[in-house]
Design a protein around this ligand. Structure first.
Ligand SMILES: Cc1cc2nc3c(=O)[nH]c(=O)nc-3n(C[C@H](O)[C@H](O)[C@H](O)COP(=O)(O)OP(=O)(O)OC[C@H]3O[C@@H](n4cnc5c(N)ncnc54)[C@H](O)[C@@H]3O)c2cc1C
Length: 484
């Protein structure tokens, strides 16, 4: 009998656990350790944040789903890995701290044969003074944050209906953020909803981003084949903003948020204080802060994890100039080079370097997007890692299933307004995620598989995806037939 422990029940960990359970014999144990009782379909938080959905529509309790699928769920947070065992036993284990109210604070060691770290990001609001819920800005990163954001928006709309003018600032709250696509999706949905409420003329909307130019999305741009032409992501994003009257501040590092005031340093125009009535600014991400210890209690966190807290895997982490970055630097199997039974999936793995061209400000701070790890690749990595582990348990000496960002594409359907008749969404695919100018000299992407379109059909696809992915996550009959 083997035990596979999955840390994290988000898009990546939940996918990995579900496929492990499907592919492994019943005698093998699949254990999921995750601190929240609920699964959250994060992409739909955008709609919660503009008041179109409520929290209950984007979350569901995990315990009953896992119980009925023979997955051992421990509502707890992982604290430390002992990948080479400890003084008492050579068996690898993970220390967890329960968050289940009845056992809150209790710690225990969970031994494992294989471990998948799918703990996602720590939402690092602390990186910018004053940033985040409970401070001076809002977020849609969790369902709770999105609900708070929606409540503030409702109040703003009421005030605008009474004749007040309001200024909205939406974007990323630090020069090193990722998830520009999510901020972009929020701003265009916000604009759509303000129009739907008849108050658009009372609103100024500003998008603030660390992208050097709009449409970079953290992947060095998305060239899109549309009607036989190739449109750069920049043109696509700029025209979307122009049509909707959304202003943009690019190349920006938000270095502070005061009540009603964002302190912004841009690479070209320098420092400015931008007033707002409502600000939804996403935080930068780090790893969740797991520690690692050797058998004699020595701290080996630096061996297992990169300085940003994400886990080192089979990537090329050599520091080198932008011109020397290679698609082959990106990991294929997400296996720890130090411990072959340890994997990281989804946001939890340490990327070798950004995908966007790096830019730094006068203080040497990187002001350009960190690599995005969106839902589709996160799920595909979770599934690939699960397959590799199943094969290794059956005798393979090495992982079998690769899922490199340099060899896979990503599809993103970004809602730009939710309405069954007047809604729109941008459907974008890009292949590969990491540009490869050796294979695709002109655009770095295979233009047969990189395209974009905006329209009502995209909105229907987005709604369909919301229901399909929640159906899949609930592990309802035939869930495994729904692609990642
Ligand atoms: C607002 C927003 C909108 C987005 N929209 C889209 C979209 O439209 N399309 C798209 O493809 N992607 C989108 N994304 C990105 C997508 O949500 C992520 O790619 C995806 O959630 C990453 O999956 P993950 O499993 O790595 O991390 P997560 O989904 O964040 O899951 C991490 C899990 O680990 C758990 N955890 C945390 N700490 C610990 C610990 N110490 N021990 C154990 N477990 C722990 C968490 O509770 C969680 O269950 C969006 C992201 C945001 C923030």
């Amino acid at each position: 009998m083997s035990r596979i422990v999955v840390l994290g029940a988000g898009i990546s960990g939940h996918t990995a656990a579900a496929f492990l359970r499907r592919w492994l014999p019943e005698k093998d144990e699949v254990v999921v350790v995750s601190p929240q009782p609920d699964y959250n379909w994060i992409p739909s938080n955008i709609w919660v944040g503009v008041g179109l959905m409520n929290r209950r529509q984007v979350v569901f309790p995990l315990a009953p789903v896992y119980r009925s699928h023979n997955i051992d769920f421990r509502q707890a947070r992982a604290v430390a890995l002992f990948p080479g065992g400890d003084a008492a036993s050579p068996q690898a284990s993970v220390e967890i701290e329960w968050t289940l109210p009845q056992k809150a604070g209790q710690r225990e060691r969970v031994p494992y044969d294989f471990l998948i770290n799918a703990t996602g990001p720590k939402l690092n609001f602390e990186a910018t003074p004053g940033l985040g819920p409970g401070r001076n800005s809002l977020s849609v990163c969790t369902a709770d944050h999105a609900e708070q954001t929606s409540a503030v928006l409702t109040e703003m709309i009421e005030r605008m209906k009474r004749g007040e003018r309001k200024r909205f600032l939406v974007g990323v709250g630090h020069g090193g953020c990722t998830c520009e696509g999510a901020a972009f999706e929020y701003v265009v949905n916000l604009e759509f909803e303000l129009r739907a409420h008849g108050v658009r003329d009372k609103a100024d909307i500003i998008f603030v981003t660390n992208e050097y130019e709009l449409g970079d999305f953290g992947v060095d741009g998305v060239p899109m084949r549309t009607n036989g032409y190739v449109t750069p992501g920049k043109i696509f994003a700029e025209s979307l903003f122009a049509e909707r009257g959304i202003a943009a501040i690019t190349k920006a590092h938000v270095f502070g948020v005061e009540p009603g005031l964002a302190l912004i340093d841009t690479l070209d125009t320098g420092k400015a204080a931008v007033p707002f009535d409502m600000a939804m600014l996403l935080p930068p991400f780090t790893g969740v802060g797991l520690k690692a210890f050797g058998p004699s209690g020595d701290d080996i966190t630096g061996t297992v994890f990169a300085p940003n807290g994400f886990m080192k895997v089979d990537a090329n982490y050599e520091k080198k100039p932008y011109a020397d970055w290679k698609p082959q630097d990106w990991p294929r199997f997400y296996q720890s080079p130090a411990y072959p039974n340890l994997f990281a999936a989804g946001i939890a793995f340490a990327p070798p370097h950004p995908i966007s061209r790096p830019h730094t400000n006068a203080d040497g701070l990187m002001v350009s997007p960190a690599p995005p790890r969106t839902g589709m690749p996160s799920a595909m990595i979770g599934k690939a890692v699960a397959r590799s582990i199943v094969d290794m348990l059956s005798g393979s000496t090495r992982p079998t299933q690769s899922a490199s960002f340099a060899e896979m594409g990503a599809a993103c359907v970004a809602s730009a307004g939710s309405n069954p008749f007047r809604g729109t969404a941008a459907s974008i695919t890009v292949f590969p995620i990491v540009p490869d100018f050796t294979r695709y000299p002109e655009h770095g992407r295979d233009m047969r598989f990189s395209f974009g379109e905006i329209g009502l059909a995209g909105h229907w696809i987005k709604i369909l995806l919301h229901h399909m992915f929640l159906y899949k996550a609930r592990l309802r009959p035939g869930w495994f037939l729904i692609p990642e």
